[in-house]
Design a protein around this ligand. Structure first.
Ligand code: C2E
Ligand code: CA
Ligand code: CA
Ligand code: CA
Length: 279
């Protein structure tokens, strides 16, 4: 009977845990990577579609393994979120993004602000605001130098948790952008309820522009919604000049994407900035 039971346990472990074992391994490697400084930030410029002014840059996390392999954030951020590592990781991202913006300013590069992705899990931590304030203070930045990109999963947390915190942040001058609008468990009510400075259209919709698809219509409707609500709209994933022109004509204020630049390390951003302002 005992043997039988053990066999059963093994069987159970096999079927349930291929995923969770993979998950545990990845988490282990991620912890290690975090402490061994294999994680770094790249920046993607955000541009005013009419004036071409650079309005900011989004910080995006990268993980380079010692063997050179790049692991995309979409695979490891969910693991960090589920394990709680995202708190430490997110705090590091905030510090580094502020340090980098400060360093740009010291090099005479007047980037107006840095946009940092903040996961819903981080909003559950009571020290989020304090950490943000510390990062700003430490690098002598003011609140308007920072924009937080939150997803609809943040909006889904209970009002009591999130709304007052967002209002407090926004009251200080920190920008709040609703990321990936229309892709999550979205509700138009968030637009009414949450204090927002910007909506970001997910690149999945943007890239359908010019085609006769529902996705293209959705991008159009989001831009119109932004206009009606007097909320600036930023389009992600602009990959060609035609999309830029089309978005501009539709009244979309800002954008980012490979057409302007892929995300790049800080040193490359400096060079890009100089070229952008020469041409
Ligand atoms: P996201 O916030 O929606 O970021 C936009 C993604 O689109 C980025 O992918 C960016 O590299 C990519 N992208 C930008 N322009 C183009 C384009 O023209 N064409 C195409 N095809 N893609 C473009 P990335 O860097 O792989 O990041 C994936 C996701 O990981 C992000 O989606 C964000 O949700 C998450 N993420 C990245 N860094 C952080 C972070 O520091 N904290 C948190 N919580 N999440 C992060
Ligand atoms: Ca984002
Ligand atoms: Ca996203
Ligand atoms: Ca997106």
């Amino acid at each position: 009977a005992k043997r039988h039971a053990r066999g059963g346990v093994v069987q159970y472990a096999r079927t349930m845990s291929v995923r969770s074992r993979h998950h545990a391994e990845l988490l282990d490697r991620l912890h290690h990577a975090f402490h061994e400084h294999e994680l770094f930030l790249v920046y993607q410029p955000q541009v005013d579609l009419v004036t071409r002014a650079v309005i900011g840059a989004e910080a995006l996390l990268r993980w380079r393994r010692p063997d050179g392999q790049l692991i995309p954030p979409d695979t490891f951020i969910p693991v960090a979120e589920q394990s709680g590592l995202i708190d430490a990781l997110g705090a590091w991202v905030m510090q580094q993004a502020c340090a980098d913006l400060r360093s740009l300013h010291q090099q005479g590069i007047g980037l107006p602000r840095v946009a940092v992705n903040v996961s819903a899990v981080q909003f559950r931590s009571p020290c989020l605001l304090e950490r943000i304030q510390q990062a700003l203070q430490r690098h002598e930045l003011s609140a308007h130098h920072l924009e937080l990109e939150i997803t609809e999963s943040v909006a889904m947390l209970s009002d009591a948790q999130v709304e007052p915190l967002l209002r407090q942040m926004r009251g200080m001058g920190i920008g709040i952008a609703l990321d990936d609008f229309g892709t999550g468990y979205s509700s138009l009510a968030y637009l009414e309820r949450l204090p927002l400075d910007r909506i970001k259209i997910d690149r999945g919709f943007v890239q359908q522009l010019g085609q006769n698809t529902h996705g293209a219509r959705i991008a159009e409707v989001i831009i119109e919604l932004g206009q009606r609500l007097q909320l600036p709209v930023l389009a992600e994933g602009i990959e060609d000049e035609a999309s830029w022109r089309q978005l501009r004509e539709m009244g979309c204020q800002a954008g980012q994407g490979y057409w302007f630049s892929p995300p790049m390390p800080l040193s490359a951003l400096v060079t890009w900035w100089q070229h952008w302002h020469e041409s």
